[in-house]
Design a protein around this ligand. Structure first.
Ligand code: BTN
Length: 311
């Protein structure tokens, strides 16, 4: 990830040409150190020219560290083109004591989905795990996955794609095919949340041939590649705003879900629960009206059934 001084130089470059002597004075750095931070930014893919006005940012990478430039959210980007899993990388960073990191990759070789499934992660997707240290009761941790799903919906809508949210945290395209999924992992210590890694896989520009049956992508739905840098920034900015208002997130999720009001079958570790999904509670658990009364389901695999009248 970029260190704080590299990030400070990048921010200065985003706002216009940088005179290395005045920026050095402001950051309390020798002029040569500013130049070496500029070199580091170049190594991360930024095009920086030196002219009479100083350093000028000519181009930013179209993903990866490009997401850091002019990002209006307090996340530090950690990018590698290929990783096994961004959630695994977030876990490594958690052990090192980091927080508020957005781990990004272009492809994953061991992408993981919920319920011990894999997650197809060909190049061109958005694979993003947010390492957080939230002040949150452990039972409310699932709300962070809802934040991610709602924020992914915001990101899709920024390129004109409408979405529906399927409990617990699938993001579906307008035709019900899966556009994104969320895998939230965490560690607790002394009964409190030590860290959480909220991983989003968003099928952005991946070749549709590399996606599983029943999946779609922004590229397919918009008819061409999308600006992954802008979409990822929109996701991060929305996530950051929404994580500060978890009750508001529940309402946003309720407004966008395709699950409530449907007959569902949820496979849980204790068997299937079948009935009408009527609401989510304050922890994000699904409330299902069954023949035997209301059941609360905290986790499971949810299938939307046709209305009972249709069999
Ligand atoms: C699901 O719908 O089953 C959840 C899929 C979550 C996939 C993302 S991709 C980024 C992060 N890294 C992983 O290995 N998984 C999550």
């Amino acid at each position: 990830m970029l260190n704080p001084r590299q990030r400070a130089v990048l921010t200065a470059l985003v706002h216009g040409p940088v005179d290395p002597t005045s920026l050095g004075d402001r950051l309390e750095l020798p002029t040569e150190a500013v130049a070496s931070h500029v070199d580091a930014l170049r190594e991360h893919g930024f095009a920086v020219e030196r002219g009479p006005d100083g350093f000028t940012l000519e181009a930013v990478p179209d993903y990866g560290y490009g997401v850091q430039a002019d990002l209006a959210a307090p996340f530090v980007v950690d990018y590698a083109p290929t990783v096994t899993s961004t959630n695994d990388r977030a876990r490594e960073l958690a052990v090192r004591g980091e927080t508020d990191v957005a781990v990004l990759a272009d492809e994953q070789t061991g992408g993981r989905g919920r319920l011990a499934r894999g997650w197809a992660s060909p190049p061109g997707g958005i694979y993003c795990s947010l390492l957080l240290r939230p002040s949150l009761a452990p039972e409310r941790l699932p709300l962070l996955a809802l934040v991610a799903a709602v924020a992914a919906g915001d990101a899709a809508s920024s390129v004109g794609v409408g979405t529906g949210l399927k409990w617990p945290n699938d993001v579906q395209g307008p035709d019900g095919r899966k556009l994104a999924g969320v895998l939230a992992e965490s560690a607790t210590a002394d009964g409190a949340v030590a860290w959480a890694a909220v991983g989003l896989g968003l099928n952005a520009n991946a070749d549709p041939a590399g996606l599983p049956v029943g999946a779609t992508s922004l590229r397919e739905l918009t008819g061409g590649p999308v600006d992954r840098r802008a979409v990822t920034q929109r996701y991060l900015e929305s996530f950051d705003a929404r994580r500060r208002d978890l009750d508001g997130v529940l309402d946003a999720w309720r407004r966008r879900t395709t699950t409530l009001g449907r007959r569902v079958r949820v496979r849980t570790g204790d068997g299937d629960v079948v009935g009408e999904a009527v609401d989510v509670d304050a922890t994000g658990a699904l409330l299902i009206e069954t023949a035997d009364g209301t059941e609360r389901v905290a986790a499971g695999d949810c299938e939307h059934l046709r209305p009972a009248a249709e069999g």
